[in-house]
Design a protein around this ligand. Structure first.
Ligand code: ZN
Length: 285
């Protein structure tokens, strides 16, 4: 691993709104393990601060997030982390156990934990929101996108049935979710809006102002009212099968990581960030 990057997650809070910023713009905010745990720290800080009523999650630079880090110099999947769920350390485990344990904690576990944050969270999405980026946007309660935002989950190319937080059939109608996954094509902000996956679309230059105004408005509501409203709607989604679907999909997801390793010797079927980006570009030309 290269020397540790500084300030890869930024935090600020004012007027009832905490703003958490992924700050690896040179890597399109690819999420390495360190960023994941720093995001968790930032969310905890915002939850603990009684002055904070609403949380905004955003990405610095041109893109919200290109997904999980599968190829920057700061990739750190092999490192132990100070875990937040009751899973044991993945780093010294053999075979399929290594990635299953890591993703149970750092991907599915973290995303579920963040979905349950007892304060409204708004995703501010510009540019690319790909794969692991989708997971972060989807755990937020509201999504405000700029006109140039786009969404995609191209991991079926690796032989894997979608990202670990498998919310696709809840974020869009099932037939559209299949097309989204089968093709790996980009979905425009406009299409995502039509499908009710995003709440609002605004010009890029107005994105942060729009999100801030929305956050300020929500921040005037009572804290417990907001928390319980969020719980009620999340509960309804889980009654519709969201949580159970993710449990099943996570097992299938890990069957394919293991299958990839058996067949090609690589859990990601030989793909890294560069190769995925090149094939995404060719597809969406
Ligand atoms: Zn995975």
């Amino acid at each position: 691993m290269s020397e540790q990057e500084d300030n890869i997650v930024l935090y600020s809070a004012a007027d009832g709104v905490a703003v958490i910023t992924m700050n690896r713009p040179e890597y399109n905010n690819a999420q390495n393990g360190r960023m994941t745990y720093l995001l968790d720290d930032a969310f905890k800080r915002a939850v603990a601060d009684d002055e904070v009523k609403v949380i905004v999650l955003r990405g610095a630079g041109k893109h919200f997030s290109a997904g999980h880090d599968i190829g920057t110099p700061g990739r750190d999947v092999h490192l132990s982390q100070d875990r937040v769920t009751m899973w044991y350390d993945h780093a010294n485990k053999p075979g399929a156990e290594f990635l299953y344990v890591r993703e149970a904690e750092a991907y599915l576990g973290m995303c579920r934990r963040w979905r349950e944050i007892p304060k409204p969270v708004i995703a501010e999405v510009q540019g690319a929101c790909i794969a692991g980026g989708l997971m972060l946007a989807w755990v937020c309660d509201l999504i405000v996108a700029s006109e140039d935002a786009f969404f995609s989950d191209p991991v079926v190319r690796m032989g894997i049935p979608g990202v670990e937080y498998f919310a696709h059939p809840f974020e869009m109608p099932p037939r559209i979710a299949k097309e989204f996954l089968f093709t790996g094509h980009k979905m425009s902000a406009q299409r995502a809006y039509e499908l009710h996956m995003v709440n609002r679309i605004v010009p890029r230059a107005m994105l942060s102002d729009e999100v801030n105004a929305l956050a300020q408005e929500i921040a005037k509501m009572p804290r417990l009212g907001l928390a319980l409203t969020k719980q009620a709607i999340n509960f309804a989604e889980d009654q519709q099968g969201k949580r159970a679907t993710m449990d099943a999909a996570f097992a299938w997801h890990h069957f394919t990581h293991a299958q990839n390793e058996l067949v090609s010797g690589d859990r990601l079927s030989g793909y890294d960030g560069r190769k995925m980006a090149a094939e995404n570009k060719a597809k969406d030309k």
